[in-house]
Design a protein around this ligand. Structure first.
Ligand code: HSE
Length: 452
């Protein structure tokens, strides 16, 4: 049978990896897919560089639309990135009847509803294993391996750059700015690291996982996003003393309605979290990724591996190529659905389940207060917490490392761990504590996830 013909849009790090792995493992991949898979056309603005990567047997063009217009091409791989031209090209490829493989989490998290609807209408597949956690087959696991389960929550370290920075901060006791510069020097962080350090990249990935886990549309605009830029070495140290590590987690969690009339919905959030050191995920260090999934039948599962890089990400891109090669002759209504739930049964799925506002999220907290070291201060602070109906799990008092601008007053750090409470309640309690004249600096609040 004639090989499946693939056109590649953008041959940078991941594109080169995809080309090389596909070539190196072509015989084995053919046996798995039941048919050869060949990249026969590449589009890249730097034609000479692209030609040097793929050799002279592959046609290289500068105009991506030449690939989309080619009737011989069955699958288009989009590795351009971003929301602009990538969106147009993906929609045009779908309209031309091509299946699409993409690593573009930003595009799908923001424009996924439009793209998946266009693909379903046209009867083509859009596959995106490489968009979440690079080489870890987490999309496949959620969509297929765990399909028997009612997924309760997904929590992952899904950004390698920030995990590298946090690991270095903890190991070396350094502050964020210093480690970021070092990470940029070593190539772990981009020259413009905004999407990574502000949590946006992780939120794109968490958004995609929430859709697959719960059968809801992709809703990046509803995600709560907080990065790691405000974290200090002090909190990492105190967390460690209390038996926790601080990780940037992407969390998608199902919340059932309960006796206190809490709304049913999905929590979708990215923020630094204290995680018990005894959890395996707390020990995922450097640029590695890991995702925990809790299903009602299977319990808790953990997936670990490289979340970025040329060949790890290529591994995911090629898995999608093989899937599409196996499935493209199947009636579209009987294929594995893009987002795990069959779109034509959406009336029976949970498409209406709302993404909850952050104020309704239920979690536990680490608070650090720089206070005047005077009689009655601890009682006042804990009184506010008790009055709010928030239960305290642990309290630690430590001599302040450095004194704040109110230098003449003796100072101390109060660290409070709480049990679960509603975020809005905690916000109100923090505002009250902050107003106390004995609280000398802005209160640090970091959420805490037991992941049990
Ligand atoms: N920039 C991402 C990370 C990799 O640091 O994990 C691609 O999503």
């Amino acid at each position: 049978m004639k090989p499946i013909q693939v056109g590649l849009l953008g041959i940078g790090t991941v594109g080169s990896g995809t080309f090389n792995v596909l070539k190196r493992n072509q015989a084995e991949i053919k046996r798995r897919a039941g048919r050869g898979i060949e990249i026969t056309m590449v589009a890249d603005l730097d034609v000479a560089r692209a030609q040097a990567v793929v050799g002279n047997d592959v046609k290289v063009v500068s105009d991506a639309r030449a690939i989309i217009a080619n009737p011989e091409i069955d699958i288009v791989i989009e590795l351009i990135g971003g929301y602009g031209i990538a969106r147009q090209l993906v929609l045009e490829a779908i309209a031309a009847g091509k299946h699409v493989v993409t690593a573009n989490k930003a595009l799908l998290a923001v424009h996924g509803t439009e793209i998946f609807a266009a693909a379903s209408a046209k009867g083509v597949m859009v596959a995106f294993e490489a968009a979440v956690a690079g080489g870890i087959p987490i999309i496949k696991a959620l969509r297929e391996g765990l399909t028997a389960n009612s997924i309760q929550w997904v929590a992952g370290i899904i950004n390698g750059t920030t995990n590298f920075i946090l690991s270095e901060m903890r190991d070396k006791g350094l502050d964020f700015d210093v480690v970021l510069k070092e990470a940029q020097r070593l190539g772990y962080a981009e020259a413009d690291p905004t999407f990574d350090i502000e949590g946006v990249d992780a939120a794109h990935k968490a958004t995609l996982m929430s859709a697959i886990a719960f059968g809801i549309p992709v809703q990046f605009d509803k995600a709560y996003v907080e990065g790691i830029t405000k974290l200090g070495a002090t909190d990492i140290k105190y967390a460690e003393q209390l038996g926790y590590r601080i990780k940037l987690l992407g969390i998608a969690k199902r919340r059932q309605a309960d006796a206190t009339n809490r709304t049913e919905g999905v929590e979708l959030r990215v923020h630094p979290s204290l995680v018990p050191t005894k959890r395996l995920i707390a020990n995922v260090e450097g640029a590695m990724n890991a995702v925990m999934v809790h299903g009602d039948a299977v319990g808790t599962t953990l997936y670990y591996g490289k979340g970025a890089g040329s060949e790890p990400t290529a591994s995911a891109v090629i898995a999608d190529l093989v899937d599409i090669t196996r499935l493209h002759t199947v009636d579209p209504l009987n294929r594995v659905p893009h987002l795990a739930f069959q779109p034509h049964t959406l009336d029976q799925a949970m498409s209406e389940l709302p993404v909850l506002p952050m104020g309704e999220v239920v979690t536990s907290y680490y608070l650090r207060l720089r206070v005047a070291d005077q009689t009655g201060v601890l009682a006042k602070v804990t009184g506010i917490v008790a009055q709010a109906g928030i239960s305290i799990d642990a309290v630690l008092q430590r001599e302040a490392d450095e004194v704040s601008s109110e230098g003449s007053v003796p100072q101390t750090d109060l660290i409070i761990l709480t049990h679960d409470c509603v975020e809005a309640t905690m916000n109100a309690a923090i505002a009250q504590m902050q107003a106390l004249p004995t609280v000398l600096a802005p209160i640090t609040r970091i959420r805490k996830e037991e992941l049990a």
